[in-house]
Ligand binder design. Structure first.
Ligand code: COS
Length: 382
């Protein structure tokens, strides 16, 4: 068993930590307060190769692998969860195109996503009536001459207003013959395409510097070359992409929780009550001990899933286990961080309340905790 990092992994981690500490952390509170989409910061991430960590070098990516990506995600999320989710989705979109795209699609989109020419990519699967059950989607793509016409609505689309390219799922099969998860295809739609209408940005509890919108496809025409992967074979692409995406969100949660723990340690050392630092009270120590242990367990689960992915072995169950544990642990950790900070944990002057707000969504997006448990239980009972 090998727990140490390769030279490349250590280098990516160091580069991400250095940039996150220097360029992202000082902006994080303002990004949240002003709901600012951090364009310049995202460009900087792209320049470091962090928008396409696990995309091959010949397509403009860093080619550093899933473990390096997981480490980088933790570092960025530790500084700013909003920036981290934009990075996570962009990396996921790049990986999907690299894995399923034609040479032409890869040549067109991967270098743009990796270099920051496109500030972000977007992943448009969920709909108002199809969240945990994407097989119930109703957006359609109808063949029309040499192209496709998309009609329908997508919901909760991260970076939907800014993405240069989005991966969009739609029904292509006859609903009678190919119901549910069958008869769904995947398309690459460029931002600004005629018939693609971006809805208003959601006013969210956390990750307020990320952009979340609905998208309406109103007779939105795309060429035949926009089809990604096999006709009617799009559902599996979504599931495979989400398996990897779930490692990313585990690591986002771990990064947020790590920040909450570090700040709690600092606060517990500085804050004095009853003539001594509150770190000297067992009530505080036990909280810190549990936070440390849970964070490490989350980290190990996430790294195991990333390592399996790197070995090209099955990792779906392990990604779901990492996600459900890491995101729920992060919420417990952030909640304890607020408690350790007392009244100061409840005001904006300290970051503890932001961490708790940011952590909450990690149990919801890219598959709720309930969906992760479905995936895990199916494998346990198989
Ligand atoms: N990798 C590859 N293929 C997969 C897969 C995976 N991880 N998971 C499922 N599939 C395949 C199945 O093998 C099945 O293939 P066949 O039709 O050839 O048999 C097909 O996909 C349908 O799978 P299944 O029957 O399991 O689909 P369900 O409708 O029961 O859905 C869950 C399963 C709940 C796991 C799925 O719908 C899901 O992940 N939902 C959450 C979606 C989500 O995360 N949304 C967030 C969007 S981003 S904010």
């Amino acid at each position: 068993m090998e727990f140490s990092l390769s030279e490349t992994q250590a280098m990516v981690q160091k580069a991400a930590r250095e940039y996150a500490t220097r360029a992202i952390l000082p902006e994080a509170a303002a990004i949240d307060r002003e709901e600012r989409f951090p364009r310049a910061i995202l460009k900087g991430l792209a320049e470091l190769g962090l928008m396409a960590v696990n995309v091959p070098e010949e397509l403009g990516g860093a080619g550093a692998g899933p473990v390096a990506y997981a480490l980088a995600m933790q570092e960025v999320a530790r500084a700013c969860a909003s920036t981290a989710v934009t990075m996570a989705v962009t990396n996921m979109v790049g990986e999907v195109i690299a894995a399923f795209g034609t040479d032409e699609q890869k040549k067109t989109y991967n270098p743009r996503l990796a270099s920051g020419e496109y500030v972000a990519g977007a992943f448009a699967l969920s709909e108002p009536g199809a969240g945990s059950d994407p097989g119930a989607m109703s957006t359609t793509a109808t063949r029309d001459g040499d192209g496709w016409v998309l009609d329908g609505q997508k919901q909760w689309i991260t970076s939907g207003a800014h993405a240069g390219v989005m991966v969009v799922w739609a029904r292509t099969g006859d609903r009678e013959k190919l119901p549910g998860t069958r008869g769904i295809s995947c398309f690459l739609v460029e931002g600004g395409t005629k018939g693609l209408v971006v809805g208003k940005a959601e006013d969210k509890m956390g990750i307020r510097g990320s952009n979340t919108v609905s998208l309406t496809f109103d007779a939105c025409r795309v060429p035949a070359s926009a089809l990604l992967g096999q006709l009617d074979g799009g559902f599996k692409i979504a599931m495979m992409a989400l398996d990897g995406g779930r490692i990313g969100i585990s690591c986002q949660a771990i990064g947020i929780a790590r920040a909450a723990l570090d700040e709690s340690v600092q606060y517990a050392r500085d804050r004095r009550q009853f003539d001594k630092p509150i770190a000297e009270f067992q009530a505080t120590q036990w909280k810190l001990a549990d936070m440390t242990t849970e964070l490490d367990a989350a980290h190990l689960l996430a790294m195991r899933a990333a390592w399996l992915k790197e070995q090209r072995r099955a990792f779906s169950r392990e990604a779901s286990m990492a996600k459900v544990f890491a995101t729920e642990a992060a919420n417990r950790i952030c909640n304890k961080a607020v408690q350790i900070h007392g009244g100061y944990g409840y005001i904006r002057e300290f970051a503890a309340e932001r961490h708790l707000r940011d952590a909450r969504v990690t149990m919801i997006y890219e598959g709720t905790s309930e969906v992760q448990r479905i995936v895990i239980a199916r494998s346990t009972l198989a």
